[in-house]
Ligand binder design. Structure first.
Ligand code: 4GX
Length: 248
């Protein structure tokens, strides 16, 4: 996957693109990220990229010229099928695992990181296919949201995460939270590991994990349970969990 990022702060992306799993994906060539500084496209002599809002009001707006020229530049250098142009914005569709899966199918994305009070509407009207928000809170710029989007989409590209099972089995992959995990030692400061996990009985272990997954979801994110499609077996386990919770 190729991702072009238009930002006023390209340096913010360098640590994430050179570390850990994403760093390896970039090295492997599974992910190619091009960073473009919007300011480099400003044509006025002070390289100013923002201006006052028409109609008055506080704050500044990213002006159309630098963004139009940056977008013309990245779009003309690609003969491939039209890239998906995304603006990070609190007004966007809220990112979730389903949207991440859809975007992981794209060959090429262009991500625009807004600043100040936003970008001139004409940029959105002419170029933007999709506005994406990472949640209902306000940040100072679109860079952290873009990094969140890149991280969460890139790990779904085949080969980026070592074991593909680990993207299948996890929270949200099927609308439930994960079960508790333990590693050695068996006893740490008096806190021990549930014995079923040492039993070697794989059927019992699966049942325990599924049940704890349902328990976790019921306790922490009951909203997810309402949307999850549970099998009769899962409904039975959930009933057990609810009875145990009443008992305590
Ligand atoms: N999820 N922000 C973007 C400037 C801005 C405003 C309007 C475009 C349109 C955010 C979020 C977020 C703050 C980044 C405002 N750009 N982005 N910035 N939450 O809060 O994505």
């Amino acid at each position: 996957m190729k991702i072009d990022v238009l930002t006023l702060f390209p340096d913010m992306f360098i640590p994430m693109l050179s570390s850990s799993i994403i760093g390896r994906a970039v090295e492997n060539g599974l992910l190619k990220v091009n960073l473009y500084n919007i300011r480099d496209f400003a044509k006025n002599k002070h390289k100013q990229v923002d201006d006052y809002p028409y109609g008055g009001g506080h704050g500044m707006i990213l002006a159309p010229q630098p963004l139009f020229d940056a977008l013309y530049h990245v779009l003309e250098s690609c003969q491939d099928s039209k890239p998906k142009v995304i603006l990070m914005s609190p007004q966007g569709k809220v990112l979730n695992q389903e949207l991440a899966k859809q975007l992981a199918q794209e060959q090429h994305m262009v991500i625009i990181c807004g600043h100040y009070e936003g970008v001139d509407q004409r940029v959105i009207d002419k170029f933007v296919d999709l506005e994406v928000s990472i949640g209902d809170y306000v940040l100072t710029g679109g860079e952290l949201p873009a990094m969140v989007l890149i991280d969460c989409v890139a790990r779904l590209i085949p080969g980026v995460v070592g074991n593909p099972e680990s993207t299948k089995d996890e929270s949200f992959a099927r609308g439930l939270l994960e079960y508790p995990q333990y590693t050695r030692p068996y006893n740490y400061e008096g806190y021990t590991v549930p014995d079923v996990l040492l039993s070697g009985n794989h059927q019992e272990i699966s049942r325990w994990r599924l049940k704890e997954s349902l328990r976790n979801t019921l306790k922490k994110r009951p909203d997810l349970l309402e949307r999850a499609e549970l099998s009769p077996y899962e409904i039975e386990l959930l009933k057990e969990v609810k009875q145990e919770m009443e008992g305590s």
